[in-house]
Design a binder for this molecule. Structure first.
Ligand code: ADQ
Length: 490
């Protein structure tokens, strides 16, 4: 007999997220250049071998004309991406407005914006209407590309209405929804004018996932307190006895990609250069998107306090703060940038010398190889988010530290504190005195203790990977749907 290498066809996975993993730039009327923008979600799903993934999302550009839409759809198809076209007004109201001005701060415990709370109910309502409309537009693209048996995985706070839109159209579709931010305490969620509608829309999914058990618990208690539904150990049950499964699925990173990168000659050269550049100094590192939730001003103020209390360290330590600007058209983010620049300038003026300054602040993103080199030469990483769904920077740092065994100072308000808490020094980022003391502890830590702490974290980061996260979520979604069908038959 001839051996036939037959494998069953892989299940199709439709990943729906606000942004596609590619950025499109228009070169002419019908030609586009596409660049992969590798974020956490992209690298998580690139590693997933079991499913045949397709992406559905907004390409980040306004394409009002038919020629442009057709040519972009064709170009994206080669990357297994399917675009949702949103016009400028929708983007303004849905993305800048409802997503980034209302849900993002609320879910990170920063409350609702003052102006909406006071008077502009009209603007709140129009933003919410645009949010629902945008979610419906995503749903139409999913419906148009769905094939029986596909798994549909909706991502994040931008698409809380999507499960309901999809199930209304086709109740047998397998729909999962995952939140990348924290889900706040029900007392916070209660303040949102559209609190019930959003919860009900998410509950239409078969499986709802969060990074931590706490976020899942907050969601279930919001459903019980606000909607009066019953919370069970499996999830939330509605009046008809239909169960929405709710569980924690902590994300990870593609740790091997980071470990391998450290062997690349270009990265090794860069490591050597950085070591020479900072010889005689301990390197402390912050890598964040420049966002209120990341606690950048608090981190720098804690560093200032440390220098004030430990003047002998002034010439022996440097803080590299690499902050990628995001949402630059939003006033609050512009204010944050100026505030950070002002604090950095003041501290460098106070503690710097003619030849060196204690803080190197960069307002930009680093490419992957440069980022790995910086992680590898760091002695102490400072992740001081005021709130953070998980925080992948802490994982990436640990993955690059097997030679140096540096210390991670980690906010107890980042989801990562639940997984890396045993090896990291946990801090309350609001307590500047405590963070300053932890900096001292980290810089003076014995080799033995650093090694012990690093081992714990490295073992976690290399075993709880992005691939494992995605596969666990999707197989749990498949099982949830099968169990629900069995329940109905009984
Ligand atoms: P983010 O808020 O973007 O993600 P994070 O998890 O830290 O936060 O991921 C940021 C990513 O951007 C990392 O891969 C990091 O390497 C990269 N990055 C950040 N600053 C950079 C810089 N200056 N240069 C180069 N790269 C930089 C959201 C949630 C998180 C959650 C993730 C994934 O807010 O809490 O962990 O989604 O679910």
């Amino acid at each position: 007999f001839e051996r036939v290498d037959w494998r069953p066809p892989r299940q199709r996975l439709l990943v729906v997220a606000n942004r596609l993993p590619v950025s499109a730039v228009r070169r002419s009327e019908d030609s586009w250049s596409l660049e992969i923008s590798a974020g956490g979600l992209v690298s998580a799903l690139l590693g997933v071998k079991e499913f045949e993934a397709r992406w559905i999302g907004w390409a980040g550009v306004n394409v009002p004309d038919e020629i442009g839409q057709k040519s972009l759809t064709k170009a994206l198809a080669e990357k297994r991406c399917i675009p949702v076209f949103l016009d400028e007004e929708i983007v303004h109201q849905y993305y800048n407005g409802y997503c980034n001005n209302i849900l993002w701060p609320l879910f990170h415990y920063l409350g609702l914006p003052q102006e909406d709370r006071l008077a502009t109910t009209k603007s709140f309502q129009s933003q919410f209407a645009a949010y629902k409309k945008a979610n419906q537009m995503f749903a139409e693209v999913v419906n148009g590309n769905y094939e029986e048996g596909d798994v549909v995985w909706c991502h994040d706070y931008h698409l809380m209405f999507l499960p309901e839109c999809l199930k209304r159209h086709n109740s047998s579709m397998k729909v999962g929804w995952f939140l990348h931010t924290p889900f706040p305490s029900s007392e916070i969620h209660r303040t949102l004018p559209s609190r019930s509608e959003l919860l009900k829309a998410v509950l239409a999914a078969d499986l709802v996932g969060f990074h931590t058990y706490d976020y899942a618990r907050h969601f279930v208690s919001a459903c019980t307190r606000i909607l009066g539904l019953e919370g069970t150990p499996e999830g939330v049950e509605d009046d008809q006895g239909r169960l929405t499964r709710v569980a924690a699925f902590p994300i990870g990173i593609d740790s091997e990609r980071f470990v391998r990168a450290l062997e690349v000659p270009q990265v090794q050269d860069h490591i050597k250069e950085l070591k020479e550049r900072f010889a005689g100094r301990k390197v402390m590192l912050g890598v964040d998107r420049l966002d209120m939730i990341k606690g950048i001003p608090q981190k720098i103020l804690a560093f200032e306090k440390f220098l004030e209390e430990n003047p002998k360290w002034c010439e022996k330590v440097v803080l590299l703060q690499i902050a990628v600007p995001t949402r630059t058209d939003v006033q609050e983010y512009q204010k944050l940038t100026s505030q950070v620049h002002e604090i950095v300038g003041r501290i460098n003026g106070k503690f710097g010398s003619l030849t060196a300054v204690p803080i190197h602040h960069l307002d930009r993103s680093l490419d992957f190889h440069a980022l790995c080199a910086v992680y590898a030469v760091t002695d102490v990483a400072l992740v001081t988010s005021l709130r953070d769904g998980m925080n992948l920077v802490s994982y990436e740092f640990v993955a690059c530290q097997d030679a140096k065994k540096g210390v991670l100072i980690l906010s107890e308000f980042a989801g990562a504190a639940q997984s890396l808490g045993a090896g990291a020094l946990l801090v309350n980022p609001w307590n500047i005195t405590e963070v300053a003391a932890s900096i001292g502890k980290a810089l003076n830590m014995s080799d033995e203790e650093r090694e012990k702490r690093h081992r714990l974290n490295f073992a976690h980061v290399t075993t709880h990977t992005a691939q494992e996260w995605a596969e666990t979520f999707v197989s749990e979604l498949n099982d949830t749907v099968v169990e629900a069908q069995l329940r109905i038959k009984q």
